[in-house]
Design a protein around this ligand. Structure first.
Ligand code: GLU
Length: 313
């Protein structure tokens, strides 16, 4: 059984990792497709750990909200599974894609059934399900509401400027959605579905909030907040499996090799990692590698898990 280091030692390790990241010269490049992401300083770096049954520990820019982007695909998947259960898998696969997250080629070969819920077309089908089920929608976007509930923090918000920029630059995602509509895999209005998807991508959270909001996955479904959304132990295990195999774009194999944990990244520079039975981690630094994963967030998670011996293997 893993014994966590005492909190003082744990804090030293986190501070040491963030200090080392400050001096890294290879920091990647911020996403450039919208100004709100392009303009974030590459010097930003934060990390937070939410251990089961303990307070959050963190270091660096861990309280600064950033654009969660694709990390929102975890939360939308939880909602869609809560709505339709295993029927989801008739419309979305469970295989890694090995292609970029917004590839159209594979979708055409596979007749409009996306490989998995963590690439864009898969997340758009998930948004279609959420849109259909939340017609009489509450004032809040359902994914935002879920993030707020899981983190028990109602200050979490959607950045409207990011949302407007996503809508303005979202032709490729609309193209994916129209293609799936033509193949009979989208039921709602494409604009409504893609706007729901863009809105969830535009949620901002800090590392501390993200670690808290994803802790239910470390708890293996034994989490009161998440069980209200239908997250059973089996469902939590399956979401973790998908994160391990598909969570980091077409570098998911490489991340599994380096970190050995279920992870999900986003082009805002955030990465979440789950240590089943122990803790959830979130790290953030805006500079990305060529696959779209944050260079320093990944390095920070790799370093922390190596030092603590955290891995599912
Ligand atoms: N919002 C962007 C898109 O859907 C990026 C999502 C991401 O991969 O983080 O194209």
């Amino acid at each position: 059984m893993f014994q966590p280091p005492d909190p003082v030692r744990f804090q030293e390790i986190l501070d040491d990792i963030v200090d080392r990241m400050r001096f890294e010269t290879e920091r990647g490049a911020a996403a450039s497709y919208i100004p709100e992401l392009a303009d974030v300083s590459l010097n930003r770096c934060g990390i937070a750990v939410a251990p089961l049954g303990g307070p959050v520990l963190s270091s660096g820019d861990s309280a600064v909200p950033f654009s969660i982007q694709s990390i929102s695909k975890i939360f939308s998947l939880v909602l869609a599974l809560g709505h339709v259960g295993a029927a989801l898998w008739q419309r979305v696969g469970r295989e890694p894609s090995g292609d970029p997250f917004n590839s159209i080629v594979q979708l055409e070969f596979e007749r409009g059934k996306p490989r998995n819920p963590f690439i864009n077309p898969g997340a758009i089908v998930v948004s279609d399900i959420i849109t259909l089920k939340s017609r009489e929608a509450a004032e809040n976007h359902p994914v935002l509401q879920l993030c707020q509930d899981l983190a028990d923090d109602h200050t979490i918000y959607v950045n409207e400027n990011v949302f407007q920029s996503e809508v303005a630059t979202g032709d490729r995602n609309r193209a994916l959605a129209y293609f799936m509509l033509a193949e009979g895999n989208i039921e709602c209005d494409v604009r409504q579905v893609t706007e729901s998807y863009f809105r969830q991508c535009s949620i901002e959270m800090s590392c501390q909030q993200l670690a808290l909001a994803t802790r239910f996955l470390a708890a293996g479904g034994n989490d009161k907040g998440a069980s209200r959304f239908g997250v059973t132990p089996e469902r939590a295990r399956r979401i973790n499996s998908l994160m391990m195999t598909c969570g980091c774009y077409d570098a998911s194999g490489e991340v599994a090799f380096r970190v050995g944990l279920p992870c999900k990244s986003g082009v805002g520079g955030g990465i979440v990692a789950i240590v089943p039975g122990i803790a959830s981690l979130a790290a953030w630094s805006p500079g990305l590698d060529e696959k779209g994963n944050s260079v320093l967030a990944l390095r920070a998670i790799e370093e922390l898990t190596r030092r603590l011996g955290w891995s599912v293997f």
